[in-house]
Design a protein around this ligand. Structure first.
Ligand SMILES: [Zn+2]
Length: 419
């Protein structure tokens, strides 16, 4: 944890700033706290592997005891939820120690102890491409002059990655699952600042610590929704420009897979007591992205439209520039990580010759049901020149391949992601 994160950290329960308990075991180098105990006016929290653990669930208490006993590796195991599964813990620890280990290999080593889901396909799925476009439009607008972003309940940091070049200091990724934010910092969003905290408790940050606070594809699973939104607005309070955004939250008026406990569009709107939000149906935003933009945040979706939507995006901002049409950024000419053929494609046909043919296929019927809208930008079949594949693999986009990147047949994945 960098000092810039320590400075905005607050106890979620008493709200006071924290001190490093110097009489307890700690590992500090320069501006980074790697291991230690943080004290507030009401309790203490461990820092494990550079990640502050700002809740009091049993694994956090166990990890705090282990840090105090000068056992940082065991504290990490406790936070990984593996202290009672030594064989799994040993496999995970061995992989972590290897610089060549991939995200996929570590997720697979966790097995049933980490919900990995469809992470391999995440960077090209319809939910992600709308979330990414919203982050670039809304976050890009309010962070243009500097300022920090936070991605709350951001899991393994797939959208945090979209914030990396927008946020100064680097974005904070907050999630209850320690293993997910740990993996995000190493693989998905390298350089982000992870914080382990509970979305159902007050957020462990100072008022006005951020210009952009967001939560994507998670809010329907938060029980304390009213507290969450008031706290989200507290995080950007006093900043100008600033925005708070909840994207991809499900809609009580419709059914969706992995439904959670969603509210109605008005139910969501009413949570924003101090800053009136704009509520968008995500299908309209998805259409904007598939058409190549602009992402039109000047639109006003009526009640009928919103009631029929499976997922909603809610944006609150004092900055009128947010609620305008936003041109989409051109597809990257250099990858942030590495270009790969979208893992939804399988090679199909003979391996010889100057071209390769790929066919779209889904990992399961469940996946197709939830994310099948990707057919609107992913062709069923595609033929790619081997020379183009080689150029993409080395990090450049030949003229003939620009459209493959634009359509997400070729995706920019984190390094060592394991595709
Ligand atoms: Zn406290």
């Amino acid at each position: 944890m960098h000092k810039s994160t320590f400075d905005i950290l607050r106890c979620p329960y008493c709200g006071s700033a924290l001190d490093l308990v110097t009489s307890s075991f700690n590992e500090v180098s320069g501006d980074e706290i790697r291991t230690g105990i943080l004290g507030c006016q009401c309790c203490v929290f461990p820092v494990v592997d550079g990640i502050p653990v700002m809740h009091l669930q049993p694994n956090a208490t166990a990890a705090k005891d282990l840090v105090e006993q000068q056992k940082p590796a065991e504290a990490r195991r406790a936070m990984f939820g593996l202290e009672e599964h030594p064989a799994v813990a040993e496999r995970v620890d061995a992989l972590i120690a290897s610089p060549d280990a991939t995200y996929r290999a570590i997720v697979e080593a966790f097995g049933e102890y980490l919900e990995g889901g469809y992470f391999l396909y995440r960077f090209a799925d319809p939910t992600f491409i709308v979330g990414h476009a919203l982050v670039r439009a809304v976050g890009g607008t309010v962070l243009r002059g500097g300022g920090r972003a936070v991605d709350i309940a951001g899991g393994s940091g797939h959208l945090t990655r979209s914030l990396l070049d927008l946020s100064t200091p680097p974005p904070v990724l907050a999630d209850l699952y320690f293993a997910k934010v740990w993996l995000a910092r190493r693989f998905t969003a390298p350089g982000c600042e992870p914080v382990c905290c509970d979305g159902n408790s007050p957020m462990p940050f100072a008022r006005g610590a951020f210009r952009f606070a967001m939560c994507s594809d998670a809010f329907m699973y938060i029980w304390t929704k009213r507290q969450f939104v008031l706290d989200l607005l507290r995080l950007i309070d006093g900043q100008n420009p600033a925005a708070a955004m909840i994207s991809h939250t499900h809609n009580q008026c419709t059914w969706t897979p992995s439904h959670g406990q969603p509210l109605t569009p008005d139910g969501y709107r009413n949570l924003f007591e101090t800053l009136e939000p704009h509520v968008f149906g995500e299908s309209g935003l998805f259409g904007d992205v598939v058409r190549g933009g602009p992402l039109d945040l000047s639109r006003v979706d009526g009640d009928r439209t919103l009631e029929a939507e499976q997922a909603l995006a809610i944006v609150a901002s004092t900055d009128p520039r947010v609620f305008t049409p936003h041109a989409l950024e051109p597809p990257p000419s250099r990858p942030a990580g590495e270009f790969h053929v979208n893992p939804l494609y399988a090679a199909d046909g003979p391996a010889a010759g100057e071209t390769l043919r790929f066919r779209l296929r889904f990992p399961s019927e469940d996946y197709e049901q939830e994310y099948g809208a990707c057919r609107q930008y992913l062709p069923d079949e595609v033929t790619v020149a081997r020379a183009d594949l080689a150029a993409l693999a080395s990090g450049s986009v030949p003229p003939g391949a620009a459209d493959l990147v634009r359509r997400r047949v070729v995706v920019d994945l984190p390094r060592r992601y394991g595709v």
